[in-house]
Design a protein around this ligand. Structure first.
Ligand SMILES: C[S@@+](CC[C@H](N)C(=O)[O-])C[C@H]1O[C@@H](n2cnc3c(N)ncnc32)[C@H](O)[C@@H]1O
Length: 213
């Protein structure tokens, strides 16, 4: 079940925004600072980068392969900082990032090694890299799976076991620091619709060794 982000770009932009809990966890893990060069890999329509610019005055960079998604992101951010690319080709030669992240992207990538190796090369020594995704267990706990079990079958073929992601990152040289699973009790004051979308997230934090050998 592949999603056509070219065709979906407009509807994506209308219906998807920054999810507060994801943004909070990401901010806590990455600790953005003014002037940090931060790469959003698979930035979509650029929502998270815009929020980081607004809150922390970061220096934003985005990679997005879907033209229609990219055009929307380029309309909100400095256009030259949002470029076409993917896990096999990073379009910022010579640039090294302080912080990197990807949100809801990694399940689209079939060659995790390429992703981790290429991002490692683009990271400064001591850089942080955060991956936000969902574990197979979290996918199975979505309330709609009871009514549409075939969705789970399809999702389980696309999403990686968390341990496989951890190992692939380590094999490329990243140090795995921690994995955070969002907790239900954090969401007590949040509306039911919101809970349905964000309660089941897993965020993995890596760092590149500093100093490098
Ligand atoms: C669910 S959207 C998430 C977009 C954005 N990260 C967000 O949270 O709003 C997944 C995005 O990953 C992008 N994507 C798919 N395959 C990719 C790849 N190999 N490299 C980089 N991005 C990819 C898609 O084009 C799409 O914009």
């Amino acid at each position: 079940m592949e999603i056509d982000y070219e065709a979906q770009a407009e509807i994506y932009e209308r219906t998807r925004g920054v999810e507060s809990l994801v943004y909070s966890v990401l901010s806590a893990l990455l600790r953005p600072r003014k002037g940090d060069k931060i790469l959003d890999f698979g930035c979509g329509t650029g929502n998270y980068l815009c929020q980081f610019v607004s809150d922390y005055q970061i220096d934003p960079y985005g990679i997005e392969p879907a033209t229609q998604m990219r055009l929307i992101a380029q309309g909100k951010l400095p256009a030259q900082c949002i470029r076409n690319g993917d896990h096999t080709h990073l379009p910022f030669p010579g640039l090294h990032f302080d912080k990197l992240y990807c949100i809801d992207v990694i399940h689209h990538i079939r060659q995790l090694n390429d992703l981790f190796l290429n991002l490692f090369d683009a990271a400064k020594p001591g850089a942080k890299f955060c991956i936000c995704t969902e574990s197979p267990h979290q996918l199975s706990e979505k309330y709609w799976i009871r009514y549409f079990p075939e969705i789970l079958e399809a999702d389980l073929q696309r999403f990686y076991p968390i341990q496989e992601i951890v190992k692939s990152g380590q094999a490329a040289g990243w140090e795995h620091c921690e994995t955070i699973t969002t907790e239900d009790e954090l969401l007590a004051a949040i509306s039911p619709n919101f809970i349905a979308r964000v309660r089941h997230k897993t965020c993995l934090l890596y760092t590149s060794p500093s100093p490098r050998d």
